[in-house]
Design a protein around this ligand. Structure first.
Ligand SMILES: Nc1nc(=O)c2nc(CNc3ccc(C(=O)N[C@@H](CCC(=O)O)C(=O)O)cc3)cnc2[nH]1
Length: 227
């Protein structure tokens, strides 16, 4: 098992160097207060429009509906606070972060509810990491782009979850509670379910998924049958 990827924080813009308890985390980030990569300040920023975190403007195509914004806040909390994303940490080497997350297997329900609650919100871009007009100090739609409902920009839930943050997430058909996918939302009364998910992927490889694994197990028999 690759223990080194368990209980770690990525080397990015606002992350702590090591996870640890935080007395108070704000609002939706409270789920991570027993063990977090974010500070209280970062958790507060996660809830603000155009916070100091990235000066990012959710309302770049009109006001983002509250039910949609909740998912973006939860995404920010997971991204900034989770100590269980180690198996998916990758080099980023951009101006604002050394490391990023890549292909975190997001639970089907979390992705689908995010899409459902945002399908009528509007945006002008598919990838929110790059290509904005920042001349005003916050991100505005670049020339030539048009504001459209999410359901046209991201026809399926997978398009939203995967494309919006440059493949931070991978859409999966794994279900919440099954221990094979990362949950953006969970009930902290039952502990953090993502601890076991990170452990599983640390042991089995971050690309572990039932179909390729079954294939790999059968591969020796298939090769022998050729002799
Ligand atoms: N799940 C998840 N994964 C992430 O990677 C993530 N990243 C952010 C950070 N968001 C952003 C968005 C834009 C810029 C930005 O400055 N974009 C510039 C290019 C900067 C560069 O690449 O050097 C631009 O061109 O718009 C920075 C951070 C927020 N939530 C996330 N949530």
């Amino acid at each position: 098992a690759k223990e080194s990827v368990l209980n770690v924080c990525m080397d990015a813009k606002h992350h702590k160097t090591k996870p640890g308890p935080e007395g108070v985390l704000h609002g939706q980030c409270v789920l991570w207060k027993d063990n977090a990569c974010c500070t209280a300040n970062t958790s507060t920023g996660a809830h603000q429009d155009q916070s100091y975190l990235y000066n990012f403007n959710w309302n770049h195509c009109g006001v983002m509906p509250e039910k949609c914004k909740q998912h973006f806040i939860q995404d920010t909390c997971l991204y900034e606070c989770s100590p269980n994303l180690g198996p998916w940490i990758d080099q980023a080497d951009t101006s604002w972060r050394r490391e990023r997350i890549l292909n975190v297997p997001l639970c089907k329900e979390d992705c689908e509810l995010w899409w459902e609650d945002c399908k009528d919100a509007t945006t002008c871009k598919e990838n929110w990491h790059k290509g904005w007009n920042w001349t005003s100090g916050t991100n505005r739609c670049p020339r030539g782009s048009i504001c459209q409902p999410f359901k046209y920009v991201f026809p399926r839930p997978a398009d939203l979850c995967e494309k919006i943050w440059s493949n931070s997430y991978k859409y999966t058909t794994e279900h919440r509670g099954g221990g094979r996918c990362i949950q953006m939302w969970f009930d902290p009364a039952n502990g953090n379910p993502n601890v076991a998910v990170a452990k599983y992927y640390a042991q089995n490889g971050r690309d572990a998924s039932p179909a390729p694994r079954a294939f790999l197990l059968l591969l020796p028999a298939a090769l022998l049958s050729l002799l």
